[in-house]
Design a protein around this ligand. Structure first.
Ligand code: SF4
Length: 292
């Protein structure tokens, strides 16, 4: 028997849904209340991964929120704007529009010049995800364009690809002041948009560049030496792709190019990581390792 949900709880849940939508989170799953025997246990959970067979999709919005009577309060749940849009170029544009002139976290008011959304091939098999824009990226509105960006471009070329063939983004889209490490809450606020980008692009493989990207994407707080050198199964948290046949990406971890500039001896190790990715994607290894 379906549990009864009181008007107060329904109202609270509707508020919560609207709050998450403000944050760019649209896909919700309702956990079975019977499991805990409490009416409030039918909690809406955008962040906790739940096995597909346990998921119950909430109804998409059929009318505007204000017009919906209280008894149909769950009908206010809107689809992500890009839901059902199979053209990734259009879908990415819609995600960018949904992000707008974002002020969802404190970085909006800490000197950013512009939002750095992401760049590259919307149909890419390979995505690189870094930490945050730096000064050059903030200036130009494109991720990885400074010295570290040049090194990343060289790494991509060494894999036998052009930069335009991959998609490059960061966990957060605004430059932190003095290039400080992003705070956890900033990553949590911004990353739902990245998750939607990943679900739209549907890459076969993702390379997380550096510890912040790796820890945020994998939700594992471990050292780089432990995180590198193996594959992880990755599904974007809290969002499903339009394409049910896409089962997620394989994710590998390597050093951030900025770290490699500071400690060039680690380039050899990074090259091993990239060779693992090349093997997975069937890319032809060039004759020699990159010089820079
Ligand atoms: S970092 Fe992300 S969440 Fe924060 S203001 Fe920029 S775009 Fe918005």
């Amino acid at each position: 028997m379906r549990p009864t949900i009181s008007a107060d709880v329904r109202r609270a849940l509707a508020e919560r849904i609207r709050y998450y939508q403000e944050l760019g989170i649209y896909d919700f799953y309702r956990r079975d209340a019977v499991a805990t025997g409490s009416e409030t246990s039918g909690v809406l959970s955008p962040e906790i991964p739940i096995q597909p067979e346990q998921r119950e999709d909430m109804s998409p919005r059929k009318a505007t929120a204000r017009a919906v009577p209280e008894e149909n309060i769950f009908e206010v749940i809107a689809s992500r704007p890009e839901t059902g849009v199979n053209d990734p170029v259009r879908a990415l544009k819609m995600i960018r529009e949904d992000l707008g002139d974002c002020t969802r976290c404190r970085l909006a008011k800490q000197g950013r010049k512009q939002i750095v959304f992401g760049v590259g091939n919307p149909n890419a098999d390979l995505m690189f995800i870094g930490e945050a824009p730096g000064a050059n990226e903030d200036q130009q509105g494109e991720p990885f364009v400074g010295r570290a960006g040049q090194l990343l471009t060289n790494m991509i070329k060494a894999m036998g690809l052009e930069r335009s063939q991959v998609y490059i983004a960061n966990i957060i889209k605004c430059r932190p002041p003095n290039n400080r490490t992003p705070e956890r809450d900033e990553c949590e606020t911004c990353s739902p948009f990245l998750m939607r980008q990943v679900a739209t692009i549907k890459p076969k493989a993702i390379v997380a560049l550096g510890a912040v990207a790796a820890r945020t994407l994998l939700a594992i707080n471990d050292s780089m030496s432990n995180l590198r050198g193996r594959w992880y199964e990755f599904k974007p948290t809290g969002v499903r792709s339009n394409d049910p046949s896409w089962e997620g990406a394989k994710l590998a971890v390597t050093y951030h190019p900025a770290f490699l500039l500071r400690d060039p001896r680690q380039k050899k190790e990074a090259w091993k990581d990239l060779q693992m990715v090349m093997k997975e994607l069937g890319l032809k290894a060039p004759a020699k390792t990159p010089e820079s």
